[in-house]
Ligand binder design. Sequence first.
Ligand code: GYE
Length: 317
Amino acid sequence: MTRLLTLACAVFTMTLVGCSESGSGDDTLTVGFSQVGAESGWRTAETESIRSEAEARGIELKFSDAQDKQENQIKALNTFIAQGVDAIILAPKVETGWEPVLKKAKKRGIPVILVDRGVEVEDESLYVTLIASDFIHEGEQAAKWLAEKTGGKANIAELQGTPAASAAIERKQGFEQEIAKHPGMKIIKSQTGDFTRSKGKEVMEAMLKGEGGDEINAVYAHNDDMALGAIQAIEEAGKKPGEDIIIVSIDGVRGAFEAMVAGKLNCTIECNPLLGPMAFDAVEKALAGEEQPKRIVVETTIYDQSIAADVIDSRKY
Ligand code: GYE
């Protein structure tokens, strides 16, 4: 009888251990990553950073590319929760609509780390931390640089990022509050180019052809990809980008440095996409029950034509 009882206890213990281990059945961490899509060079660099960091740490990464649709991100998070992942990393396309799925993750005790863009939620305990640049500051820096370059006089065409994305909302806010200090600086046209090169070109073409297009002497693009599209449109309109029209953008991708070396882009504000190490540090701290700040700010740096050639070879993305 004793032997049978001992065996039963052993089996029961093994079962408990099995249940307590992560989704993959061994002690390998399993993390679900919901990515917006691949709309820009910045986004691709961010994805690569997270993938390579997971590999370096021996973490099983379940990756979902939402093809730029929030409903696909929500579906992915529901799948990760059903699979019982240890943690979730989310790059939210837009700020709103996340409460229901984040409440489910919280109920299952799955920590959610936000990277890159923020969410609007009543209950901030629905996510552990947001690792992102200060987009308002980026907008302010772009405006300060442009004010200095133009002597505080510019008729600006603004290429906005994805509607309802915190990066677009806050970059616009930061830029506008800074140019308000310069009566000679006006945004005379503003439209979304959805953070893509093709849309940036299309919108810039329409702005140049439209009423008042000839007055445009500056472009503020919420990201480099749209700025590169605008450069193509400006050239096709027979104008010199970087000279006839001064262009400032944000991200700091390699194409921006190439355009600055060619004299076609004037300035980019770096928004570091290499968030993998910080994201997995936050995952590991969350799983260890360590306290973390609600907001981890990624530093930004200004690059213009004067230094582009010196640094281009050392760029990591
Ligand atoms: O600037 C852009 C990407 O959310 C900071 O999204 C990110 C932005 C970035 O499409 O290139």
